[in-house]
Design a protein around this ligand. Structure first.
Ligand code: PEP
Ligand code: MN
Length: 264
């Protein structure tokens, strides 16, 4: 795989190599009003708005997203607020529906990256489209599976790719919700230097207070961006309540981040 940074959608989105790419928005889109209000609160502060509408959950019985109707809400954020918007896709149908609603960026979630057939189905739906795609690491600490998923999307003709490090699941309680195992994304970046690497401190930390230190550690390691779950009323969030921050708290975190103390 060869990635050309000068043509990268993600490099342009962040306005060059200096400041980190900032992606934020709710874990889940919950209502049209919530999505639009969050978009308005974040408009001046982020590069890309995220919201999950199809939410693959580890255990049954949790909120699994509002589904297709949420795409129209993201479409409004795109056209009325002039923001770029992103959502998670897990099937070929998701890809087709998202593209129909002009979603700018798609991402593949950690529970999908583990499954080569699912990733291939998504890749086939992307053939000839070349929409930017972000690939989260698989839930298990397997670099080859992560690279394999990125390759499948790349081989379908998608050139604007990014990797998202969201940590790796542990069966016991640890400080983190998902262990960072920094060596894995560092190895990925060492092999594919032009592939933008984004940290997701919300899913790594699992709690609000870990977002700043995990983001800072990633930037110190030379990461290209952050993806931070942001909710108007985190305590009431339908998913991932403990790790979401308000738009005000997000701004405070971004203001504290120091960019690129060291590089690879
Ligand atoms: C998410 O981004 O809300 C999400 C479900 O993430 P992951 O796939 O990393 O668990
Ligand atoms: Mn989440």
């Amino acid at each position: 795989m060869k990635f050309n940074p000068t043509q990268s959608f993600f490099t342009e989105l962040r306005g060059g190599q200096g400041l980190p790419l900032v992606i934020a928005g709710p874990c889940s889109a919950e209502s049209e009003e919530q999505v639009l209000q969050t978009g308005r609160a974040l408009q001046q502060h982020i590069h890309l708005f995220r919201a999950g509408i199809w939410k693959p959950r580890t255990r049954p019985g949790s909120f699994e997203g509002v589904g297709t109707q949420g795409l129209a809400w993201l479409n409004r954020v795109k056209h009325e607020l002039g923001m770029k918007v992103a959502t998670e896709v897990a099937t070929a149908r998701h890809v087709e529906e998202a593209l129909r609603q002009e979603i700018d960026v798609l991402w593949i979630g950690a529970r999908t990256t583990v499954n080569p057939f699912a990733v291939q189905e998504i890749a086939d739906a992307l053939r000839g489209v070349n929409v930017p795609v972000m690939v989260k690491n698989p839930v298990n600490p397997d670099l080859a599976l992560w690279i394999g998923a990125i390759e499948r999307i790349y081989h379908a003709g998608v050139t604007d790719l990014a990797a998202i490090h969201r940590g790796f699941s542990a069966y016991q309680e640890t400080k983190y919700r998902n262990m960072p195992v920094w060596q894995i994304p560092i190895e990925l970046k060492a092999r594919y230097q032009n592939l933008p690497l984004i940290v997701d401190p919300s899913h790594i930390g699992g709690k609000r207070e870990l977002i700043l230190p995990v983001s800072q550690k990633a930037l110190d390691l030379g990461y290209d961006g952050v993806m931070i779950e942001t909710h108007l009323n985190p305590e009431k969030a339908l998913s991932d309540a403990e790790q979401q921050v308000t738009p005000g708290a997000l701004k405070a975190i971004l203001a504290k981040l120091q960019v690129r103390k060291t590089t690879y």
